[in-house]
Design a protein around this ligand. Structure first.
Ligand code: SF4
Length: 155
């Protein structure tokens, strides 16, 4: 499974409470297992790479939603990069939560839902089980590879 199409800077955050059976990265569940970085430090890395777009993964970025919202806001303000984000929450859960939903306007693509081990399919693009949806959040997404991903119009 890749972190989205093309060249990407992947930011793997620590912290996840979804506890999906068969999770590919259980060491990321404990937020103490990560290395603290400031948004400025991450932005320095992102800005220096003029070719790569950005992916948020983990862990689950929505467990640090305020920081990721500010990071995403800066990426969209200071660069032309697209952002893909993976989460164990469903889009509908995020939309219903005032706090979590603040990140959505800055994302281009959301890959949502928990990984379900019993439905594991290694042939899927960018997700581990078919319940996980690749949700197209922006009206124009230059990362789309026609024929390889499911796109669900959102806005
Ligand atoms: S949401 Fe992702 S990181 Fe969290 S437990 Fe599920 S598969 Fe693992």
């Amino acid at each position: 499974m890749a972190d989205g199409p093309g060249l990407r800077i992947s930011i793997y955050c620590a912290g996840c409470l979804h506890a999906c059976k068969g999770c590919h990265n259980p060491q990321s569940w404990d937020i103490a297992n990560g290395n603290w970085m400031t948004i400025d430090e991450i932005m320095d890395i992102i800005v220096k790479d003029e070719f790569s777009n950005v992916s948020f993964s983990g862990g689950d970025p929505f467990y640090q939603v305020e920081a990721f919202t500010e990071l995403a806001r800066r990426i969209k303000t200071e660069t032309k990069k697209t952002i893909w984000c993976w989460t164990g929450f469903l889009l509908e859960e995020i939309q219903a939560d005032e706090r979590l939903s603040k990140l959505l306007p800055y994302l281009d693509v959301l890959v949502d839902g928990p990984f379900i081990l019993e439905q594991r399919d290694t042939h899927l693009h960018f997700r581990g089980s078919p319940n996980q949806r690749i949700i197209y959040l922006t009206p124009k997404e230059d990362d789309v590879i026609p024929g390889t991903v499911d796109i669900i119009p959102f806005r």
